[in-house]
Design a protein around this ligand. Structure first.
Ligand code: GLY
Length: 319
């Protein structure tokens, strides 16, 4: 019955980090994010479940070479791509993920498969074995821009902390550290929440380094709230950010209070990250300690984004 349905909500991110370079970059990132928010929101209106919408949104973001996940993932110190992804369904409060997987187009697809498995988080060898079992085609996610970025950094002995948050030719001439990752958070028509996050990692990192994206620190959901994080994984892990926000909402804080408290603590601790969130009431929130958070949302009435949100506030809300 139509009367039992809630207004779906959706927010996605394509990373957090240093400011984008100029209006052209902002406009093209905005277009890329809206091109994902609009069709995924239409699916939610048709009744697609939160976790299915999260997977489809993550796949679209993984396919866009601009963002650091799937195609366009950053290269690690040895020139290889290793990706991580996680999915958490709020209703079942079940987390699944893959850590440091290679040669797959959509790491989130593996996390989705693992939702119904006894063993729900797989690392490199296990993830490669799962790829073989599922007969997924071998796929090379490397792009020329990311390869050039790596070659340039190798010439400078990997002095940057992290690779570019988005892959843009003009960014190859700068040496500012930026961070990427993609994420999708959804409240569906049935009132169920879900969160998904996927990443190529920080870029130029030590072999075997594990990202926050496939940990509850970086991606967490229960029936009360759902959160996806982006930024420096070590900072996200140290704050246990996604789980911290969700637990605070579960224990009675509003999403607004939970975000404000968590980001005030993060700023005090000099962390460098951002997060997107939705709660069971339909409140959409985002926060950052980084210079910029690349996020866009649909609140049922309108599209919005955070690309030019560079003010003093640590967190903000959609209606
Ligand atoms: N947040 C992505 C990473 O640090 O790997």
């Amino acid at each position: 019955m139509a009367g039992n349905f809630v207004q779906p909500k959706l927010i996605v991110h394509g990373g957090a980090g240093s400011s984008l370079h100029g209006g052209k970059s902002i406009e093209s990132v905005r277009r890329s994010l809206y091109e994902i928010v609009e069709p995924i929101y239409a699916l939610l209106l048709e009744g697609v479940s939160a976790h299915e919408a999260v997977v489809q949104g993550c796949q679209m973001l993984e396919d866009n070479p601009r963002f650091n996940a799937g195609t366009g993932s950053v290269l690690q110190s040895d020139g290889q791509i290793r990706m991580s992804a996680a999915l958490m369904a709020g209703k079942t409060q079940r987390f699944s993920g893959v850590i440091n997987v290679s040669r797959v187009q959509h790491p989130i697809e593996l996390a989705q498969f693992l939702q119904n498995s006894d063993d729900r988080v797989l690392s490199d060898f296990g993830a490669a074995e799962l790829l073989r079992e599922l007969k997924l085609p071998v796929y090379n996610p490397m792009t020329n821009l990311r390869l050039q970025e790596w070659i340039r950094e190798r010439e400078h002995n990997f002095e940057d902390d992290a690779a570019g948050v988005v892959a843009e030719p003009e960014l190859l001439t700068t040496s500012e550290p930026r961070r990427g990752t993609i994420g999708v958070v959804v409240l569906d028509r049935e009132g169920n929440l879900a969160a998904g996050t996927s990443t190529g990692g920080k870029g130029f990192e030590r072999i075997g380094r594990v990202s926050d994206s496939a940990m509850p620190a970086g991606n967490y959901a229960n029936p009360h709230a759902a959160v996806s994080c982006t930024g420096i994984g070590e900072d996200i892990i140290d704050e246990c950010l996604a789980a911290r926000i969700v637990v605070r909402v579960t224990d009675g804080m509003s999403l607004e209070q939970a975000m404000q408290r968590s980001f005030a603590e993060a700023q005090q601790n000099r962390r460098d990250f951002g997060a997107i969130a939705i709660d069971a009431t339909g409140a959409i929130a985002w926060g950052k300690t980084s210079q910029v958070l690349l996020a866009a949302y649909h609140d049922g009435n309108q599209l919005g984004d955070t690309l030019e949100w560079t003010g003093e506030a640590l967190t903000s809300f959609a209606a």
